[in-house]
Design a protein around this ligand. Structure first.
Ligand code: GDP
Ligand code: ZN
Length: 457
């Protein structure tokens, strides 16, 4: 395929000392050469060169840079790629980009680099999506999961399942071509049933990872609630310390949505309403009862903080009742002080395993709290290191439909439906699985998917 040469800043804006401007396309080297003091034309592929970026019009020096030259096809996009590592801050990086655009590069659309990798056959769709996940990963585990997918684990599995279906469909063709043989019909039905059940089982297995996968990918939305002065802010700050805080602006969505994540044993906690906790002492009061109900209902996990130094209050009871049916941990804070909250007061409100004593002030019980949070989402274990997870909503929806289609196959055969009718559902399943890896997706979907990527990826 022939494409023009695109350019974009491929590092998050405003972060880090070095920012990278990336070029891809057959003019990448030539365009970079025009603005560089280094001659790049003859340099070997996959080498890095020190130099300066100069505006050829004014001869003005913009930045001191390192330039990587990578020639096709061993590049991410399978095109010539040049990466300019700028040191001069975001303003300068922008100027370098503008300069490249004036030399004939076109500003890349969001996700266009990855789209090219896909269109040039370097990665399949599920891998392309994994690139985005790597970029957005909030913890090592989430990163590991995305890398595994990028590595093609999910693709391999999907391909092998499609192969199984294909074998069954081939048998159906035999059946149609040689209807005169008596046992062909029975053989076909038997094989269809076997394959349908096999593939269905594997898809089911895969879908079981979906919840954990989604949590790893998107974070576990967590609300810290409690009446004023029980220690919510202290707990929040404690969790945010120890280089665990990851403040991200979610690329591709609204620029000013700032969300805070905490890495708890590999589980990214997305703390909701932290602003509420920080700015006023009462979240419920600040955001209104209705909205806070909604926030609570949307949370995957509630950390309800009580002060065990004081007797249970009316407000504590109200919160205990409001969260009774949600996934929660009840934290009895300030155990370094005298115990004035009697356990008997709680028995009516608390289920076994929900209670945990802590002292944020003395860092007591926090380890236990973290283990419990991790255990809630890895069933006690810590998640398999290179298990294949599905976490992407699009994949999940497709796999669910595929599982349904296979269910139709099974019930169809059991009800004695003719093979050519059963074949329709089997073929549908083949198509649906193809969509996961991008084998049968329409252009429109491709454009839409890649536009969700961040700029420069
Ligand atoms: P919030 O209103 O729920 O956010 O509570 P804060 O985090 O602002 O804490 C209220 C007060 O309790 C502060 O003076 C904290 O230092 C104190 N505090 C928080 N956790 C503990 C604890 O574990 N032990 C003791 N003794 N004091 C604590
Ligand atoms: Zn506070």
């Amino acid at each position: 395929m022939e494409f023009d040469t695109i350019a974009a800043i491929s590092t998050p804006s405003g972060e880090g000392a070095i920012s990278i401007v990336r070029l891809s396309g057959d003019q990448a080297v030539a365009i970079a050469e025009k603005v560089s003091t280094q001659s790049l034309d003859k340099v070997p592929s996959h080498t890095i060169h020190y130099g300066h970026i100069i505006d050829p019009k004014s001869d003005k020096m913009l930045d001191e840079v390192m330039i990587s030259v990578m020639r096709e096809p061993r590049t991410f996009t399978r095109e010539d790629v040049v990466e300019i590592n700028c040191h001069g801050g975001i303003v300068v990086t922008n100027q370098v980009l503008q300069l490249l655009l004036r030399q004939g590069a076109r500003l890349a659309e969001p996700g266009e680099f990855t789209k090219r990798a896909f269109l040039n056959g370097r990665v399949d769709l599920s891998q392309a999506e994994a690139v985005m996940d790597v970029i957005r990963a909030k913890t090592d585990k989430a990163m590991q999961m995305a890398l595994t997918q990028l590595d093609g684990n999910l693709s391999h599995l999907i391909r092998s399942l499609r192969q199984e279906i294909l074998e069954a469909l081939a048998q159906v063709e035999v059946n149609i071509d040689y209807p005169e043989y008596d046992d062909v019909e029975e053989l076909t039905t038997q094989l269809l049933l076997e394959k349908a059940e096999l593939v269905k089982g594997q898809i089911h297995q895969l879908l079981r990872t979906a919840k954990q996968g989604k949590i790893l990918r998107e974070g576990l939305s967590t609300a810290i609630i409690g009446r004023p002065n029980v220690g919510k802010s202290s707990l929040l700050n404690h969790l945010l310390q120890e280089d665990k805080a990851i403040v991200t602006d979610i690329a591709g969505t609204t620029r000013d949505v700032i969300e805070e994540y905490v890495n708890v044993r590999g589980v990214p906690l997305k703390l909701i309403d932290t602003a509420g906790i920080r700015e006023t002492e009462d979240v419920v009061e600040k955001i209104g009862v209705e909205r806070s109900r909604k926030a609570l209902a949307e949370a995957d996990l509630i950390l309800l903080v009580l002060n065990q130094n004081e007797a249970l209050t009316e407000e504590d009871r109200r919160l205990l009742v409001a969260t009774a049916d949600l996934k929660r941990l009840i934290l009895l804070n300030k155990v370094d002080l005298a115990a004035n909250l009697k356990m008997e007061e709680l028995t009516d409100y608390v289920k076994p395993g929900e209670l945990l004593s802590i002292s944020v002030l003395e860092s007591a019980g926090i380890d236990e709290l973290e283990s419990q949070i991790a255990a809630l989402f890895f069933d006690g274990g810590t998640g398999e290191k290179d298990a294949t997870y599905v976490s992407n909503n699009r994949h999940i929806a497709l796999l669910e439909q595929a599982e349904l289609a296979l269910g139709e196959v099974v019930t169809g055969i059991e009800a004695g439906m003719p093979v050519d009718l059963v074949q329709i559902d089997m073929t549908r399943c083949w198509d649906l699985l193809g969509e996961v890896i991008g084998d049968s997706v329409q252009d429109e979907l491709i454009t839409q998917l890649f536009s969700q990527f961040c700029l420069g990826k």
